[in-house]
Each structure stands twice: as structure tokens, then as C-alpha cells.
Design a protein around this ligand. Structure first.
Ligand SMILES: [Zn+2]
Length: 266
């Protein structure tokens, strides 16, 4: 049965194939061939033969670890999560800036309200009952130091989301730990907000964050779960075409016809 390579082919279409010529002759022989129009090398990601010289050469040990299979699918999911974190970081950054601007412009906003609110009241519109106006007057009454504190908290939250986003995007192990811990810490707060009142945004954010924590813990085997780091590394390397072929080259009597059958035997 042909192995499904949908994710690999998509990644190769976006980033180009990843060919590599190992210095070990037996291994190089398994990964290359000659055709009437020139040499071909197997892509380490999608395992297709690609016409032309290899993109890099060197010992097999120094070959780049190309994401494929499960590791590639996980990388796509982590980057979607990273994008969501980075978007939140930008929004929180804008909110921080907004609070600071508001703090400094309170005088003029107050003056504007004092000038126009009496005119509205005179028309019989009960402007003072509008939630927005009440919130605004409430915020205007806040001390400058309170607004600075709010801005500092928002800024710190923005930085947290940005670090999570960068760590997840770069597919770093620390990024996975950081994201799992930082997300889990805020779950009790989110539960408290949900108890106050269920809104679509709150419920959505809560669902995403719970799923993210569970996913990171289990799929990335954090804190020693499901075999921990060792199992995680083994899984990534087990998917590597170069290592599958190197194992096959070391045992010439077990020549696999295809990569599919080689991994099926494992
Ligand atoms: Zn490829």
C-alpha cells in the first residue's frame, strides 16, 4: 500500500525538496540514481527522486533532520497555535498602547465630555445610562497609577503570548514547555470568567487552550509523559528517510523494495 504523503508533498511544494548526499557510499547509492537526463537524488521529505545534484553533502550524521510523517503534522498544528498566540500578542500590545494613550489623554477626554454631555442631557437622551459612557467615566476616574498598572499587566501578557508564539513557531522544545505551562496557569482564571458569564469568545478561548495543553502534554510527551523526551526523539528519528535507509544499508540481506515496506517491518 502506498504511503500517504499529502503533508510531505505540500511542504515540498512550498519549501522545495530536501536532497542530501551522504558521504557513506552504500547509503548514497540507495538514495541516488542516474537517468538519461542526469543524476537523481531522493528527497528526504517526500522520498521522490529529484533530478539534479543534491542540495547538500556530508556525513549521514550531519544531515538535517527533515520533518515528515507524524512530526510534520505536529509541526503544522504547532505553527497554527503559534500564529494564534502571535495574533493575541499583537492585539494585547495594541491594548497596552491604547491604555497608555488613554492615561495621557484623560484630561482632554474629560474636557470633551464636560462640554458635550450637558448638551445631550438637554435633548432628553439619558446618556448617563449608556454602559459605554458609564465605563468611560469610571475609567476617567481611575488614578494614573492604576492605569499604568493595567498597562503593565497587559504588556506582560502580550510578552508572554509573544514568547509562546515564537517558541512554538520555531518548534523548540522550550517553546512547547513554555506554552503548556503558561497556558495551564491561566486556565483557572478563564474558568472564573466563564462562571461569571458564558460568551462565545470566552468559551472558544477556553476550548482552544484546554485542547492545546492536552495536545502539547500528550503529543509532545512533555514532563516524561508517554516515554518523554527519549520516545519523542526516537519517533522523530524513526521517521527519517536517511535513518531508515542507513539501517537497511547496514543489513544488505534485508533489502527493502520500498520505504513503505521498510517502515512496516519496524
Ligand atoms: Zn520532496
Amino acid at each position: 500500500m502506498a504511503r500517504l504523503r499529502r503533508w510531505e508533498l505540500r511542504a515540498c511544494a512550498r519549501h522545495g525538496h530536501a536532497t542530501y548526499a551522504p558521504t557513506e557510499p552504500a547509503l548514497a547509492g540507495r538514495l541516488s540514481g542516474t537517468t538519461g537526463v542526469g543524476e537523481v537524488w531522493r528527497c528526504l521529505r517526500c522520498s521522490d527522486f529529484v533530478l539534479g545534484p543534491p542540495h547538500a553533502r556530508g556525513p549521514a550524521d550531519e544531515a538535517p533532520l527533515v520533518l515528515r510523517g507524524k512530526a510534520l503534522r505536529q509541526a503544522v498544528i504547532l505553527r497554527l497555535l503559534a500564529a494564534e498566540r502571535l495574533l493575541r500578542a499583537v492585539l494585547l500590545g495594541l491594548a497596552t498602547y491604547g491604555v497608555l494613550r488613554f492615561r495621557d489623554a484623560r484630561g482632554s477626554i474629560q474636557a470633551w465630555l464636560e462640554r458635550y454631555l450637558p448638551a445631550f442631557r438637554a435633548t432628553g437622551v439619558h446618556v448617563d445610562q449608556f454602559a459605554l459612557v458609564r465605563d468611560l467615566q469610571h475609567a476617567l476616574a481611575a488614578r494614573s497609577s492604576q492605569l499604568t498598572l493595567v498597562a503593565a499587566l497587559l504588556g506582560a501578557y502580550a510578552a508572554l503570548e509573544a514568547i509562546e508564539g515564537v517558541g512554538l513557531w520555531l518548534l523548540k522544545r522550550w517553546g512547547e514547555y513554555f506554552a503548556a505551562v503558561a497556558t495551564a496557569i491561566f486556565l483557572p482564571l478563564e474558568v472564573r470568567e466563564l462562571i461569571k458569564g458564558v460568551t462565545f469568545t470566552r468559551a472558544g478561548a477556553f476550548a482552544i487552550n484546554v485542547a492545546a495543553v492536552i495536545y502539547l502534554l500528550l503529543a509532545k510527551r512533555l514532563f516524561g509523559l508517554r516515554g518523554g523526551r527519549a520516545a519523542y526523539d526516537q519517533e522523530r528519528h524513526g521517521d527519517s528517510l536517511l535513518e531508515v535507509e542507513a539501517a537497511a544499508a547496514a543489513e544488505p540481506e534485508q533489502r527493502p523494495a520500498t520505504i513503505g515496506s521498510a517502515s512496516a517491518r519496524r
